[in-house]
Design a protein around this ligand. Sequence first.
Ligand code: NAD
Length: 246
Amino acid sequence: MIGEWLRNAGAVTVLTGAGISTESGIPDFRGPQGVWTKDPQAAAMSTIDVYLADPAVRRRAWRSRRDHPAWGAEPNAGHRALVDLERTGRLRAIVTQNIDGLHQKAGSDPDLVIEVHGTMLEAECLGCGRRTPMPEVLARVDQGEEDPPCAECGGIQKSATISFGQALKPDVFAAAERAARGCDLFLAVGSSLGVQPAAGLCMEAVESGARLVIINAQETPYDRLADAIVREPIGTVLPTLVSDTC
Ligand code: NAD
């Protein structure tokens, strides 16, 4: 059934979440092994106000950026299946909540990947907005700077990701909304769909007439809207679904 919908869709928009990268060794937040499931306080530490106010939180954040499992991670079969879907000409966009860059590393066209929560591959100054490749800033951390300030203005830097309390980039989210409204099949993959406004894209797609398919191990608040739900591992189910359509 889902294979047939994929085959007949003129435009498919995929929303991905942390669950597509767990099989690459990057833990999600809310799954059984999730970072926040194991350490509920970590979520409270992820707000922009706490980050700005507390140098100890920033020092801890720089250490965890340096040690992040994404630096050694490789794309998995789920990411590669979306590259194959792109080759069929039916992929409208990948709207990703992930910050790990694995869709692009797998070979997805960067112009089709909309990173609504930003990227950990760059640092951003919260004062002047200057962007710096993250490895350059992490090299300073390795050399002993515990909270490296912006090289331009001395401001506080952070990964170029969206923390709680920070607004999404309006142009980036507008592109995600256009992709959600402009598809006939919306695939939500590996997301607990608990973070707004990204999760609300499911509703926007359905209201615009798209079918909604959710591939996720756990229940989500949007399950009742879905035309089909798949609870199997993404790295197994996504390649099978896509290969059926090629
Ligand atoms: P989440 O942790 O809230 O939900 C992930 C969901 O994926 C869970 O419901 C889990 O059961 C499911 N899942 C995990 N592995 C799966 C698999 N192999 N097959 C099927 N289902 C699987 O993640 P979210 O909804 O993306 O929200 C978390 C936020 O944290 C996002 O905004 C994102 O920016 C950020 N985040 C990103 C990364 C990353 O870039 N890889 C990792 C962790 C968190």
